[in-house]
Design a protein. Structure first.
Length: 344
């Protein structure tokens, strides 16, 4: 489906999305005006410190925010359909069929008193129209596809009888059972050892490529982003502050926060030294932010002009084509241009 400019419209388009916890002036603005898109078949990495809004954004896309949280405003368009306007029955049909999510802590997401095969077969029966025997057979095939040994035996096991890495493979099998067009993976390698992490990431990449599934990968790990992502969105204090192709953002980040994240990541083979942390902490999101949220921690603030950084939220600028950053430093860059109101 082409967009207004004649190019292919994104699979997912998020416009000025805002999710708050609580009401009134003291509400926590966990997602505070996010514009973002996901193209068909691409891997979009969302990266940032804990507390920056990554998980809340992912849950908002699927309308899984529970009270006292609420989506205040904005649009979430999936293939042109407004998810925030969907009625409950249509929303439930959309989840699993078109979009699925892999949550943190896979064992906590599995039903402890239900056999693994039955948990994979359930969406196949309820939403895929399979009979009981066919759904069970497909569940065993999915366990084999995600690399679990002895899949027939594992299908009859309970979650407490498998390891954390095996449980994550089960979650991937459940998420991909109905071949969704979009998969959201929230920290899918948390608490797994390095070898298992690599196996899980390679499995995700291979299965998504095989099915043509777009992937939103939520993580705080720059190494995972470098390994997996086609494009990166950097979040800070509920906003996306920079987006660019992964190689571009890793090679030449435009936002001081992104540079700080990269400096704080260990580099294999580099001489041992103390990692450089970003001073300070994430601001109190229950208080309105007048200027740039990162200004109190920013080493570029004196150059950009403190009076502007402290008083005005920076609009997105284009340091180069396909690369957008919300930073007043870019306003003075020779090649930078104002970006469109809605980020791509």
């Amino acid at each position: 489906m082409p967009d207004a400019s004649g190019g292919e419209a994104p699979l997912l388009q998020i416009r000025d999305l805002r999710t708050h916890f609580g009401r009134g002036e003291g509400a926590v603005r966990a997602v505070n005006g996010v514009d973002l898109s996901v193209r068909r078949g691409e891997v979009l990495g969302i990266v940032g410190e804990s507390g920056c809004g990554k998980t809340v954004l992912a849950l908002s896309i699927l309308r899984l925010i529970e009270p006292p949280g609420r989506i205040v405003s904005g649009e979430v368009l999936f293939d042109g359909a407004d998810i925030l306007a969907m009625r409950p029955r249509a929303l439930n049909a959309w989840r699993g069929r078109d979009v699925a999510m892999i949550f943190q802590q896979p064992k906590a997401s599995l039903d402890p008193i239900m056999r693994i095969g039955a948990q994979i077969a359930e969406p196949l029966r309820l939403r895929g129209g399979r009979g009981r025997a066919q759904a069970w057979a497909e569940a065993v095939e999915l366990l084999a596809a995600v690399g679990l040994p002895n899949p027939e035996e594992k299908a009859r096991a309970y979650p407490h009888e498998i390891s954390g890495g095996q449980a994550q493979r089960v979650m991937i099998a459940i998420a991909l059972a109905l071949r969704p067009r979009l998969l959201i993976a929230d920290e899918p390698t948390t608490a797994l050892d390095v070898t298992v992490q690599a196996q899980i990431l390679e499995l995700l990449r291979a299965r998504c490529r095989e099915l043509g599934t777009a992937l939103i990968l939520v993580t705080h790990d720059i190494g995972v982003i470098a390994e997996m992502a086609d494009r990166v969105a950097v979040m800070y204090a509920g906003r996306v502050v920079e987006t660019a192709p992964a190689r571009q953002i890793l090679r030449d980040p435009a936002h001081p926060y992104t540079r700080g994240l990269l400096r704080s990541a260990p580099v294999m083979g580099a001489p041992q030294a103390r990692l450089r942390e970003i001073p300070g902490g994430i601001p109190d999101l229950s208080r309105p932010l007048r200027g740039c949220a990162f200004a109190p921690r920013c080493d570029g603030r004196p150059l950009a002009g403190p009076e502007r950084c402290d008083a005005q939220v920076p609009p997105p600028f284009l340091p180069e084509p396909g690369h957008q950053a919300r930073c007043w430093l870019q306003a003075a860059a020779p090649a930078a241009q104002p970006a469109p109101a809605t980020w791509s």
